[in-house]
Design a binder for this molecule. Structure first.
Ligand SMILES: NC(=O)c1ccc[n+]([C@@H]2O[C@H](COP(=O)([O-])OP(=O)(O)OC[C@H]3O[C@@H](n4cnc5c(N)ncnc54)[C@H](OP(=O)(O)O)[C@@H]3O)[C@@H](O)[C@H]2O)c1
Length: 312
């Protein structure tokens, strides 16, 4: 379905649909628009016609990108070059109508980028999207959405995607530097999951920012989760250094006061948590690969219980 190069994109702006206008989706949409793409933002609700990105002067300053915002998949009726799936992982299934509409409207050349935390992002959209048309992405964009259409960009701003002809093609859709092509995507994804599995879990469960890792007992628990994550990752093919858990913990402990995680933000906002795609994956793949994950397995039902009173 997706060829390595779509020649049409060389002579006209890339046509990009971004599904999910949260912090990451709205940021990526704004950056694609800034780079000259025609962008349509696919949302469940909201009426606005531009995304405003607010950030420090040192990061490039504020900017605004006009774009089209739609709430009905039936309106995704023109051929597209790209869909960027930027919902939370657990929202992907419910957002499939957008992908079906995009596939129906785009006979060939459609690529789908899954810009979500976790590992094995390709499996979340394939089928219906052919595997060779999917680009999994590790998201290094630290952003919040204070209101619809307004992104507070806090740090970083990079999508790591597999180094491939399809990856090179997508890199041209965003401003230079926003996409980093990586040789070993499996390792890149597990490196990110290493911190997400532990940091998101302990902050969401305690309702506290990363400063909670200053407690020796919480740090010990986080380290246990990270060691399990690293062991499962290695069984899945990731080449993680022996001391990756310890180094990740040190990095997390150096974060400035008040630094949080996306799962903590979701907990405080009363939204469903992304725990299944993060620590749930560690437990499930651990079972499949014969790696014991007792600390992660103990945290999982507690995180699931936090979801009991939230809308799905
Ligand atoms: N934010 C960060 O700093 C950050 C950093 C690294 C990685 N990530 C990862 O990036 C991914 C996206 O994160 P995020 O922070 O952008 O999440 P988010 O702010 O929660 O945004 C998700 C968006 O998807 C929308 N959505 C859900 N179902 C939909 C559907 N069926 N159709 C259309 N839109 C739908 C939600 O809409 P509603 O508003 O209607 O609920 C929401 O606006 C996650 O996997 C996250 O872990 C985020």
């Amino acid at each position: 379905m997706a060829g390595p190069v779509n020649p049409a994109e060389r002579v006209r702006p890339a046509r990009v649909a971004v599904v999910g206008a949260g912090a990451v989706g709205a940021y990526v949409a704004a950056r694609a628009g800034q780079a000259g793409a025609e962008v349509v933002l696919c949302v469940r609700r909201g009426a606005y016609d531009r995304v405003r990105v607010v950030r420090d002067e040192s990061a490039g300053g504020n900017f605004e990108t006009p774009l089209r915002v739609i709430t009905d998949p039936a309106r995704l009726d023109a051929p597209l070059d790209w869909v960027v799936m930027a919902t939370k992982a657990h929202q992907t299934h419910a957002a499939m109508d957008w992908l079906h509409a995009a596939l129906a409207a785009s006979a060939e050349g459609l690529g789908v980028v899954v810009a979500q935390n976790g590992v094995r992002q390709t499996e979340r959209v394939s089928p219906p999207v052919p595997r060779d048309a999917v680009l999994p992405a590790v998201v290094y964009i630290n952003a919040e959405l204070p209101e619809p259409g307004v992104v507070r960009h806090l740090a970083y701003g990079v999508l790591q995607i597999p180094d491939s002809p399809l990856g090179e093609r997508f890199a041209r859709v965003l401003p230079p530097g926003d996409v980093r092509l990586v040789d070993d995507f499996v390792t890149a994804a597990w490196s990110k999951l290493l911190s997400n599995s532990a940091a998101n879990s302990v902050t969401a469960l305690t309702g506290r920012g990363l400063e909670v890792l200053g407690r020796a007992d919480v740090a010990e628990l986080a380290l246990a989760v990270m060691r399990e994550t690293a062991a499962v990752g290695r069984a899945d093919g990731a080449r993680l250094p022996t001391d990756a858990p310890e180094r990740t913990l040190e990095r997390l402990r150096r974060q400035p006061p008040g630094a949080g995680t996306s799962m903590l933000r979701d907990r405080l906002a009363g939204r469903p948590l992304e725990h299944e795609a993060l620590i749930g994956t560690v437990v499930r793949l651990g079972q499949r690969t014969g790696v014991a994950t007792p600390a992660s397995a103990a945290l999982l039902p507690l995180l699931a219980a936090l979801n009991d009173d939230r809308a799905g």
